[in-house]
Design a protein around this ligand. Structure first.
Ligand SMILES: [Zn+2]
Ligand SMILES: [Zn+2]
Length: 370
């Protein structure tokens, strides 16, 4: 189960309604009981991109910088990374001690080094920097993060097409649970004790009388997999065709509508958008069987209201552009919008269409105005 909170959904520059790009992904373990689930230490999260002002956006949510496990930066453009130094400095000032994984283009390390040097910034925690360029030279193309033995993340990386090197992150969460069949053990005359624990850990054990007990006979294994693909700025969605296979959700930029793009290009034939239109992403999602799609990173020219009759560019036009070719579940992200992504095992068959659900706004202090 992954919970997404959009912290910024504007392209390039912030607007009054939208900050620049950032997305929080909480990695939730539904096998933990209700009270444990709520405990902050069981709510680790990832941050994908960190535009300027991301830390102020976070203040309106329940997310804590102490629980942040990793930051992934899609590319070096400022609307995706200018918030990083400030956010890390604040984490240090609030007394964070745990190491933080930072997965980013190599240039981001240079940026941080320069800021540390010129502003005499010292971190109270280690930053485990992983250069994307180096990950892509390995055969595996991915980074593994173990939250604990049962709760594992793997983040694979895909090179996209943009003015600078931009990447997509495929985030797969695997959670396993080993439940001991105690009734069966008791029925077999095996008393509670250390043997039970070893069996539960997957170990085959010998009993005192020389018999062998196979772990698989006494333990039920459940596994839960959730996968979300989050793309950076990209003008060629087809580059994601392999990694969206089996994904529960695709989050992709849709900076323009086809209409606006055509008008800009008519005025300036040299203009190279370097971004996708909603139509282009919709077409890709439809052709590749993507059932759930969230669009974000909208050009500031689009107003946040939805009215298809209005001549002012707005969200209705983005939606119509995508829906002209895409029949799956479509959402247009807004700042603080939250979504839950369930794994197949969270749901019964008839709920399969609700794999992704919109939860509302993380910002309860704002009354929505039309
Ligand atoms: Zn951007
Ligand atoms: Zn960019």
């Amino acid at each position: 189960m992954l919970k997404l909170t959009f912290l910024g959904t504007s392209a390039g520059v912030p607007t009054k309604q939208r900050n620049v790009t950032a997305l929080a992904i909480e990695c939730l373990n539904p096998y933990l009981s209700g009270s444990n689930q709520q405990a902050s230490k069981s709510r680790p999260w990832l941050l994908i991109d960190c535009g300027e002002g991301t830390q102020q956006q976070l203040l309106h949510t329940k997310l804590s910088l102490h629980q942040l496990v990793a930051v992934c930066i899609t590319h070096v453009h400022g609307d995706h990374c200018y918030g990083l130094p400030g956010l890390l400095a604040s984490a240090a000032m609030s007394g964070r001690r745990e190491p933080l994984t930072l997965i980013a283009p190599q240039a981001i390390a240079t940026l941080l080094d320069a800021i540390k040097l010129t502003t005499e910034l010292h971190f109270s925690f280690t930053i485990d920097f992983i250069a994307i360029e180096e990950v892509l030279q390995t055969e595996e193309n991915r980074v593994h993060i173990a939250l604990n033995e049962q709760h594992q993340l793997s983040i694979d990386i895909t090179l996209l097409s943009h003015r600078v090197s931009s990447y997509g992150f495929g985030i797969t969460q695997n959670i396993s649970r080993h439940t001991l069949d105690t009734a069966k053990l008791i029925a077999a005359g095996i008393p509670a004790g250390s043997l039970w624990g070893r069996l539960q850990q997957g170990e085959d054990v010998m009993t005192d009388d020389g018999g062998q007990l196979l772990s698989a006979d006494y333990v039920d294994y459940e596994k839960q997999r959730t996968r979300v693909v989050v793309a950076g700025d990209n003008d060629t969605p087809a580059l994601l065709s392999t990694v969206v296979v089996g994904a529960d959700l695709l989050v992709h930029e849709a900076t323009y509508t086809t209409d606006v793009l055509t008008k800009i290009q008519a005025k300036n034939p040299e203009f190279d958008p370097m971004h996708s239109s909603a139509y282009l992403v919709g077409r890709f999602a439809q052709d590749n069987g993507v059932k759930n799609l969230i669009l974000t990173h909208f050009s500031a020219r689009y107003q946040s209201f939805e009215n298809s009759d209005s001549s002012t560019p707005n969200m209705a036009h983005i939606r119509a552009d995508a829906q002209s070719v895409y029949q799956g579940n479509l959402w247009l992200a807004a700042d603080f919008a939250q979504y839950i992504v369930n794994s197949a095992t969270d749901l019964s068959d008839h709920q399969e269409t609700d794999r992704v659900q919109y939860l509302g706004s993380a910002r309860s202090d704002i009354v929505e105005t039309k």
